[in-house]
Design a protein around this ligand. Structure first.
Ligand code: PLP
Length: 486
């Protein structure tokens, strides 16, 4: 076989592999060298790249030069210690090495036999995380890519548990099937509504319950909505409670919601994509209070447990229901050990057949830091958020817009002390966040709370220190002074 038909020369791979690891080590040592938010304009990266694929081989030297010159300027640096937008995340070094090994092995973790270690390590690390957050053994896990998919699996299992033969017969054209409704708060993540869309419930099938002054689902409102819907002929079947909502990290009252679900015989899914992670810190374990009563829960280590995106841990109390919802066994995927029920074939517990070996990176992160090391890092993030919140509270020019139960601070500039929603203050805060982000020295994102434009400072990166938070606080004050001419 001509050598040109095989892979590139292993020595070339070795040389460039070492260069790339060196580059990543330098990059992670000094991510501050780059502006946090990419400065390219729309279409700028694309315009520098040929629209047609190369017909002839190119050298890795040439490809990596283009990475530096074309791709890198178009990167927003989530690794920057002053990246405070959305939920700040970390691709930790042990996690990155795990990703490298996963790519090197390139196994497909669809069946036990397609890599027994991938399946069994998945079982092990999910068991470790379950113990770290204090969930009971009854919960079995499956790794998915994202919380959006984990919650989709949860709602699919909830629908399957109804016994309406939807898996076999579908939903349309069946007058005997009532309209199904699920519930979440108006602060729930959009992925919950998406699950309703995908599963044929329609957006009307997802009822959003109002929240209290601290952005938590009103349990009374939930009970009333369920009663009203039953009277109107809906079939309530599932409630999604959020531990750590996306905008403010508020925690829905899971104990009261679990009571309602038990009384009404509804599936309780907990979206702890962000906030569930905090339960690894012993004194914050209360964030998952009563979650042991849930039917399913999602926690995303790629959000706050230093695991490179993507990695979502989905737990379910009745794995057989999840399996009933998803398992299809064509002949070409049958195995003796699967037929004998001696192993778990993870393809049976979700949408995908092909599955990345994600467990490896998480295993490496957990071992490299240890449960206590991880807890210490999260504790520090919460402390930094409290530090920042205290500065906001003490300032005459800023105000806090929500409680800070975790590591995300919601606030805005309000130099005149106005209590009016919207208007000029919205414009001022939008101008402020744009000015801060344009400096490249910090990056924040925003939300709207009670119709008011609100800035969010989310702390979650391993390399963030008090100095970065303090500098960002100074930057906010300086940019505000400039804007209001003081
Ligand atoms: C509470 C909550 N749930 C779900 C999601 C969706 O997560 P993913 O990007 O893993 O789908 C997010 C994302 O921030 C979130 O904050």
């Amino acid at each position: 076989m001509p050598s040109s038909y095989g892979d590139i020369d292993p020595e070339v791979f070795r040389t460039h592999g070492k260069q790339i690891v060196d580059w990543i080590a330098d990059y992670l040592s000094h991510p501050e060298r780059y502006p946090v938010l990419s400065r390219v304009g729309p279409g700028e990266v694309r315009a520098k790249l040929p629209p047609a694929p190369p017909s002839q081989p190119e050298t890795l030297d040439a490809i990596l030069a283009d990475f530096q010159q074309i791709i890198l300027p178009g990167i927003t640096h989530w690794n920057h210690p002053a990246f405070f937008g959305y939920f700040s995340i970390t691709g930790s070094m042990p996690g990155i090495l795990g990703e490298l090994l996963t790519a090197g092995l390139n196994v497909n973790a669809m069946l036990w036999r397609t890599s027994p270690a991938a399946t069994e390590l998945e079982e092990i690390v999910l068991g470790w995380l379950r113990q770290m957050v204090g969930l009971p053994e009854a919960f079995e896990g499956v790794i998915t890519d994202t919380a959006s998919v984990s919650s989709l699996l949860a709602v699919t299992a909830a629908r399957e548990a109804l016994g309406l033969k939807i898996r076999e017969e579908g939903l349309a054209g069946r007058p005997e099937v009532p309209r199904l409704r699920m519930y979440c708060s108006e602060q729930a993540h959009s992925s919950i509504e998406k699950a309703g869309i995908i599963l044929g419930l329609g957006r009307a099938g997802v009822r959003q319950i109002p929240v209290d002054a601290e952005f938590r689902m009103q349990a009374d409102g939930l009970a009333d909505a369920i009663a009203e819907d039953r009277r109107a002929g809906w079939r309530p079947f599932c409630v999604v409670a959020t531990v750590g909502t996306t905008s403010t990290t508020s925690i829905d009252p899971v104990p009261a919601i679990a009571d309602i679900c038990a009384r009404e015989n509804l599936w309780l899914h907990v979206d702890g994509a962000y906030g569930g992670n905090l339960a690894v810190v012993p004194e914050f374990r209360y964030v998952l209070a009563s979650c042991e009563r849930a039917d399913s829960i999602v926690i995303n280590p790629h959000k706050w447990l230093f695991t490179p995106i993507d990695f979502s841990a989905f737990y379910v109390r009745q794995p057989e229901v999840l399996k009933r919802a998803f398992s299809l066994l064509p002949e070409y995927l049958r195995t003796a050990e699967g037929d004998a029920g001696a192993v778990k074939n993870y393809m049976d517990y979700g949408v995908q057949l092909g599955r990345r070996f994600r467990a490896l990176k998480f295993w490496m992160v957990l071992r490299a830091y240890g449960a206590e090391g991880i807890a210490a890092r999260l504790r520090e993030h919460v402390r930094l958020a409290q530090w920042f919140a205290a500065r906001v509270d003490a300032s005459r020019n800023f105000e806090r817009m929500a409680p800070t139960p975790m590591s995300t601070v919601c606030f805005r500039a309000n130099p005149a002390g106005s209590s009016q929603p919207g208007g000029d203050l919205d414009q001022l805060n939008e101008a402020l966040i744009n000015a801060v982000n344009a400096t490249g020295r910090a990056f924040l994102s925003h939300t709207k709370l009670n119709d008011r434009f609100t800035l969010r400072l989310a702390i979650g990166n391993l390399r963030t220190t008090e100095q970065h938070v303090a500098q960002t606080w100074e930057l906010l004050q300086a940019e505000l002074s400039r804007l209001i001419g003081q």
